[in-house]
Design a binder for this molecule. Sequence first.
Ligand code: DGL
Length: 271
Amino acid sequence: MNSRPIGIFDSGVGGMTVLAEIAKELPNEDLIYLGDTKNFPYGDKSKENIIKISKKCVEFLISKNVKLVIIACGTATSQALEELRKEFNIPILGIISPTVESIKKSVKEKSKSIIGVIATEGTIRSNKWEQELKEKIEDITVINKACPLLAPMAEQGWTVNKVAKETIKEYMSVFKDKNIDKLILGCTHYPLFKGLIEKELGNGVEIINTGEKIAKAVTDYLNEQNANNDKTNNADCKIYLTDTECNFINVAEKLLKDESVKDKISKVNIE
Ligand code: DGL
């Protein structure tokens, strides 16, 4: 048993899609969320910069005595996970490996899968999704598409309006007639557009939310390590933001269907 909290970070509200899945799967765990809103967006920053700011995020979460860090961000996972693991002596999980492992289990042997990946510019540039998918799964074709407008739109709460509809239509056009089986939402902001994406691609395409996969991976990890929190009620959730002049509260309240999000937020300086 380990009653210390789980630490989660992202550049903004996107990682809350991961937090929501973890809270569902592990209702006894205390959670500490860091939204690095001051440095948003991560998606167009250099790898050096992503490593530097991710280190600050991990240092902050460690100062809160977390037992495990979850990088609820595709951009930071793809560019900083290895460096962070070298630097810090705490378990750190990213969103790519648990998702690829889960896809591997679901893909039938000898079947040729075509998988689409949408993510930020930085994540697509790193090519980490394609590398890991091809390393772990035979006969797989990967079609990548950077969607740089989506994370900023999600931060604004523009996820179901006319602009969102047109933007999703435009971005999804690369997958038309390509017969993809699955689409990985490689940025944690993108589950906020899931409804529009599903409509655009039709029922035949499985939309993969990395938050669901990581929540399962965290459950397995805590079981293996015997590191669950065995408290039975009132799990605590604290949210820290590096800048509060943003739309975080509105978007997070809608996402979590919880009007008390604002009471959980504190401003923090991680520089
Ligand atoms: N939600 C993040 C990701 O998964 C970051 C998006 C951004 O800050 O550009 O990549």
